[in-house]
Design a protein around this ligand. Structure first.
Ligand SMILES: CC(C)(COP(=O)(O)OP(=O)(O)OC[C@H]1O[C@@H](n2cnc3c(N)ncnc32)[C@H](O)[C@@H]1OP(=O)(O)O)[C@@H](O)C(=O)NCCC(=O)NCCS
Length: 194
């Protein structure tokens, strides 16, 4: 599988919203009402909001492609709590799930967090979303708390907050005493670790 993870660009926002709808229908149809799916998609994936987030400091959107086909995306942002990054979205096409794409996108979020000096990656997941909870556990997250959030429109999100640590990049033990510098500053990659 020739997997590429790239930043989402303004020109991609319509395709990302369409991908979100396709994945949400599969993931949430048995968990939340259709009216809530429609409400949340409109609230979170309207073009002005996506474009605003793409331009906002402390926000990162990434997309995954295999052989040029867009198959998933993720977004994360600083929460304002010291050292904390939130994985806000993580979506992979049903036919491409369980192939490591979700893990690779989590790996990219860890890279953003590390570069921003964060030590903790948090997320919210619907308590009934067993598939995603299993994926997050596989990738090192554990449940931290249980929350019920009123999102307006008469809808409630009944979620677990999960968290994992953001490992710092390994450095050669000689770095501090030899003046060693990484050959490609900021270019270290741990995409496979999550
Ligand atoms: C959560 C999600 C992004 C994971 O992406 P992915 O590409 O499948 O992730 P990975 O391949 O890295 O990890 C898959 C792991 O998730 C778990 N998992 C995934 N689907 C599962 C299922 N149907 N039943 C049980 N465990 C499952 C397993 O631990 C699996 O590892 P395994 O295949 O080695 O057993 C993907 O399932 C998805 O898009 N789900 C629908 C949208 C969603 O719920 N997003 C999360 C919103 S909070």
């Amino acid at each position: 599988m020739n997997l590429a993870i790239q930043p989402v660009r303004p020109v991609d926002v319509e395709a990302i919203a369409a991908l979100a709808r396709e994945i949400w229908q599969d993931a949430y149809a048995g968990i939340v009402a259709q009216a809530q799916i429609d409400y949340m998609l409109e609230q979170r994936y309207n073009a002005p909001r996506l474009l605003e987030e793409l331009a906002k400091p402390g926000y990162w959107w990434d997309q995954a492609a295999v052989d040029g086909e867009r198959i998933g995306f993720s977004s994360c942002h600083l929460t304002g709590a010291p050292g904390e990054l939130k994985l806000d979205k993580l979506y992979v096409l049903p036919a491409r799930q369980r192939g490591g794409v979700g893990g690779a996108l989590i790996g990219r979020a860890l890279e953003h967090g590390r570069a921003a000096g964060c030590d903790t990656l948090v997320l919210a997941v619907n308590k009934q979303n067993a598939r995603a909870i299993a994926a997050y556990e596989k990738h090192g997250f554990a449940v931290r708390e249980s929350v019920r959030v009123d999102i307006g429109g008469g809808f409630i999100m009944d979620d677990f907050i999960m968290a994992r640590s953001i490992p710092q990049a390994a450095r050669p033990s000689s770095e501090t005493d030899s003046g060693w510098k990484p050959p490609f500053p900021g270019g270290e990659s741990d995409t496979g670790e999550a």
